[in-house]
Design a protein around this ligand. Structure first.
Ligand SMILES: Cc1ncc(COP(=O)(O)O)c(C=O)c1O
Length: 447
């Protein structure tokens, strides 16, 4: 049914994602151009990017080697089918990504986003158990407050209320959740990994007792939960989760869509935290956000179970019935290689690690502000929880995000009443200080 009264607003046709459309179209926050650490609005106003766009522009914006690589791909090989055919750059990009992953994780399946990466990993987990003759392992375990994108799989294992409640009947059956690792009472204002909470991993044992290990395929967690507002894992938590998964033959998937490619000062959180999962999902930073790309890094053991030298299998039989038209798209694979070159040549992961102490001190200097309820940080990611306005959850966060954009010329990510920092890894100490000072002033005005 069409409405008889069509809007005359020029912005009307675009149904914006995860945005209050009505408010935006009254008061647009429009971005026209980007360079390095900065966005520019349509009037040329310079805006300091404290969010790497959406946790993705880790190398900074509009980096020339990446732009050149994309242009080269567009001129040289606009598209090549990924089913039954390949192109050299896809293989090279896979090898480069695998080389950054922890030992044993060395096969890369390409998708186009974090959501597709999560769904791909879940499907691989289900299929892997079936191929091994354990087809009863059909349950998947996520975690409260987890974010794994918006596909049916990722939404089901995800644990963010607003992303789930409208779609209840479409949740995958058999999914369960362990509790969040966040416990404000015991962790408030922790710097980095909190001391308290390793025992929250034991929840998985409880679910094994409830459902039986023979029904559980995989557990998926973000090593550091990002979208919910930067929740670093308690010390020892991930190791314990790994041990319980290994004990019960459950696959462990780390969703590293945010934590991958330097956000925590290492190629992957798995490396920094010294815990090796069975699969890693990635997206965002792999191309510094310049071209959509995502994927799954699977262990050799998983890959070889599918792609074994079974003499009885006819040549034409496909091992995994899964893939996307744009899996390994040339624009994305060229961009990924150029991005990984930049990370290596400019030492950006190491740079993030070196900046971490300064960043940590800077964001924690907001402790004591009357509106600040908690602060968390790890790597070059941090979150500041603002005291909600009574009766109006998320209002202060929303107002702060707008005040930062319009009055402080800077951008942070907002999630409810939480403001998240995740600047590009090229950020300078001075720019970190400016981001924190901008947030402080915006909060002062709200007090
Ligand atoms: C951990 C995690 N997984 C998956 C996703 C979904 O990625 P996309 O928006 O590219 O589908 C995100 C996005 O923020 C994420 O943070």
């Amino acid at each position: 049914m069409t409405s008889p009264a069509r809007s005359t607003n020029a912005l009307d046709a675009y149904w914006m994602p995860f945005t209050p459309n009505r408010e935006f179209k009254r008061n647009p926050r429009m971005i026209a151009r980007a360079e390095g650490m900065y966005y520019f609005d349509t009037k040329g106003r310079k805006i300091l990017d404290g969010a790497a766009g959406l946790w993705c522009a880790n190398a900074g914006h509009c980096r020339k080697p990446i732009a050149d690589a994309i242009a080269r791909a567009a001129a040289e090989l606009d598209y090549a089918p990924g089913f039954q055919f390949g192109h050299p750059t896809a293989f090279e990009a896979a090898a480069r990504i695998a080389a950054l992953a922890p030992p044993g994780l060395d096969h890369v399946f390409f998708a186009n986003s974090g959501s597709e990466a999560a769904d791909t990993a879940l499907k691989i987990a289900l299929a892997w158990h079936r191929v091994r003759g354990e087809g009863s392992r059909i349950r998947m375990i996520g975690r409260e407050r987890g974010y794994h994108g918006v596909g049916f799989g990722g939404m089901s294992v995800g644990g963010i209320l607003n992303n789930r409640k409208m779609f209840g009947p479409a949740m995958l059956p058999g999914v369960d959740h362990i509790r969040t690792t966040y416990d404000r009472e015991h962790q408030r204002f922790s710097k980095g990994e909190p001391e308290y909470g390793a025992h929250f991993a034991d929840e998985l044992e409880r679910l094994v007792t409830l459902h039986d290990a023979s029904t559980i395929a995989a557990v998926i967690v973000e090593p550091m939960a990002g979208s919910t507002g930067v929740v670093p894992p308690p010390k020892g938590y991930l190791k314990r989760l790994r041990e319980i998964c290994t004990k019960h033959g459950i696959l462990l998937i780390f969703d590293e869509v945010i934590t991958g490619f330097g956000r925590l000062g290492a190629a992957f959180a798995a490396e920094r935290m010294d815990v090796i999962p069975d699969m890693i999902t990635f997206a965002k930073g792999v191309t510094s956000g310049a071209v959509p790309m995502g994927g799954v890094i699977a262990s050799r053991q998983i890959y070889e179970t599918f792609v074994s030298d079974d003499p009885k299998r006819p040549d034409q039989v496909i091992e995994l019935f899964h893939g996307y038209t744009y899996s390994g798209h040339p624009l994305a694979t060229y961009a990924a290689i150029a991005t990984l070159d930049l990370y290596r040549d400019e030492g950006l992961f190491e740079r993030a690690r070196k900046l971490e102490p300064h960043f940590e001190e800077a964001v924690h200097s907001l402790k004591g502000h009357p509106l600040v309820a908690d602060i968390r940080n790890q790597g070059l990611a941090a979150a500041v929880d603002i005291e909600p306005r009574p009766g109006a959850p998320a209002a202060r966060g929303f107002e702060t995000m707008k005040a930062l954009f319009f009055e402080e010329d800077m951008m942070l990510r907002v999630a409810g009443d939480t403001m998240a920092f995740s600047p590009p890894l090229i950020v300078s100490p001075d720019e970190i200080d400016r981001l924190v000072a901008g947030l402080r002033r915006a909060l002062d005005r709200l007090t």
